[in-house]
Design a protein around this ligand. Structure first.
Ligand code: XLS
Ligand code: NI
Ligand code: NI
Length: 436
């Protein structure tokens, strides 16, 4: 029985369409900068928010109406839900999805039972992937919900918890490989601290590094060749999370010798929680060659927490797409909607409205970004701004032939610097607005 009987396959109808169950901008075969929109964007649906989110918040209980749920935490219910998930993704036309181990299958009383439950559902996911052609963007292990992870997973003060986490990631890697997952994500939800008086930070970092090396070792052993991704987030649920932003993650990867196997999965709401823009985080990860994938969502200016709203702001999606195009695209990562419908949007149809809006906002951002790049106005202003480095003293400094001594001699002779030029910020902002 169909879970969404009133919804047909969502199609592209163009900007003039008034049909809320159609795309106005996402035209998957349209070619932009030599590549289809589908390949540029690589949209992915998340299992946790979309199929497990129940609308509860710290102040109130579940609101979501999900008629296919039987109210139990059984494997049978999980299998039925997997069919619903694929019906949804197929109708939406999303080429990828992502999940945590505990999203798709119930945790059992023991690790062995949890693994068995997972295997039962993974068999169904595999069939559904084969039936629909939908692929796994990434797998991950939930090492933050169960109370055993109260002090962290690989950074726990309890060595047994490290061992449990290792066993859980081992299984999650096997499952990700079995399903042809293209990446594997670590979001260190509780890898951080609440208080430094009780924390041996150095030991926790060393154990985090050790854990990541074990993951790489095991991936090699089973032949999982996907990219490992660390997802930066500064806080929530911990007060300070070790993977706080792109720069902190990259420093960790360098310090522990992991940059050849790891990249970053950058999320908008996490960037803003860290006091950065998404554009900043993408440019930072990108210029370090470590931009792996994005979690597409947005926060709320009035709420200082991870609200994980669907992205609809064209200015934001334009900035993101400018960065993705600049840094060579997002593949083998994707645009993963780590976003949830509001608890007041409790009907199943709202899941379609949310994803259609997010996909259209990104498709439009892609077109706008490509138009800005094609016109070349912005690039020309940036190029001109740095032109002092293209010849003369700038070129000599960059080629490595100058020193403090030679620069002193140059400046003593010249007496004062060449006059500065305007940064043209307002002009650039005006130019961007002409494309929106
Ligand atoms: C939570 C994170 C999480 C990761 C996957 O804030 O965004 O959903 O994406 O563990
Ligand atoms: Ni998040
Ligand atoms: Ni995320």
């Amino acid at each position: 029985m169909a879970a969404f009987p009133e919804v047909e396959k969502i199609c592209y109808e163009g900007p003039d369409s008034k049909n809320p169950l159609a795309f106005q901008w996402y035209n998957e075969d349209e070619i932009i900068e030599g590549k289809s929109m589908k390949d540029h964007l690589r949209f992915s649906v998340v299992y946790w928010h979309t199929f497990r989110g129940n609308g509860s918040d710290p102040f109130g209980s579940a609101t979501m109406v999900r008629p296919w749920e039987d109210g139990t935490d059984s494997v049978e219910n999980a299998i039925n839900r997997a069919h619903v998930a694929f019906e949804f993704m197929e109708k939406l036309g999303a080429p990828f999805y992502a999940f945590h181990d505990r999203d798709v299958a119930p945790e059992g009383a023991t690790l062995a039972e949890s693994n068995q439950n997972l295997d039962a559902v993974v068999a169904v996911l595999k069939e559904e992937q084969a039936r629909t052609g939908i692929k796994l963007l990434w797998g991950t292990a939930n090492m933050f919900s169960n109370p055993r992870f109260m002090h962290g997973a690989s950074t726990s003060c309890n060595a047994d918890v490290f061992a449990f986490a290792a066993a859980q990631v081992k299984k999650a890697l096997e499952v990700t490989k079995e399903l042809g997952g293209e990446n594997y994500v670590f979001w260190g939800g509780r890898e951080g601290y609440q208080n430094l008086f009780n924390t041996d930070m150095k030991r926790e970092f060393d154990n985090l590094g050790r854990f990541m090396h074990m993951a790489v070792e095991y991936a090699d052993e089973i032949g999982f060749g996907g990219t490992f991704l660390i997802e930066p987030k500064p806080k929530e649920p911990t007060k300070h999370q070790y993977d706080s932003d792109a720069a902190a993650c990259i420093n960790f990867l360098r310090a522990y010798g992991l940059t050849d196997r790891f990249k970053l999965n950058v999320e908008t709401n996490h960037a803003t929680l860290a006091g950065h823009t998404m554009m900043h985080e993408l440019d930072y990860a990108g210029h370090q060659g470590l931009l792996g994938s994005i979690d597409a969502n947005t926060g709320d200016l009035m709420l200082g927490w991870d609200t994980d709203q669907f992205p609809t702001n064209l200015y934001l999606t334009t900035e993101i797409m400018l960065m993705l195009l600049k840094h060579g695209g997002v593949a083998p990562g994707g645009t993963n909607f780590d976003a949830k419908v509001r608890r007041e949007s409790f009907e199943p149809i709202d899941l379609f409205h949310a994803h259609i809006g997010g996909m259209d906002a990104f498709a439009r951002g892609l077109k706008i970004a490509a138009a800005i790049r094609a016109a070349g106005q912005v690039d020309a202003i940036v190029k001109d701004r740095y032109s002092s480095w293209d010849a003369g003293i700038g070129a000599r400094i960059e080629s490595g032939t100058e020193s403090f001594k030679s620069l002193e001699a140059y400046m003593l002779e010249k007496g004062e610097v060449a006059p500065n030029q305007s940064g043209r910020q307002e002009l650039l902002e005006n130019i961007i607005n002409t494309y929106l």
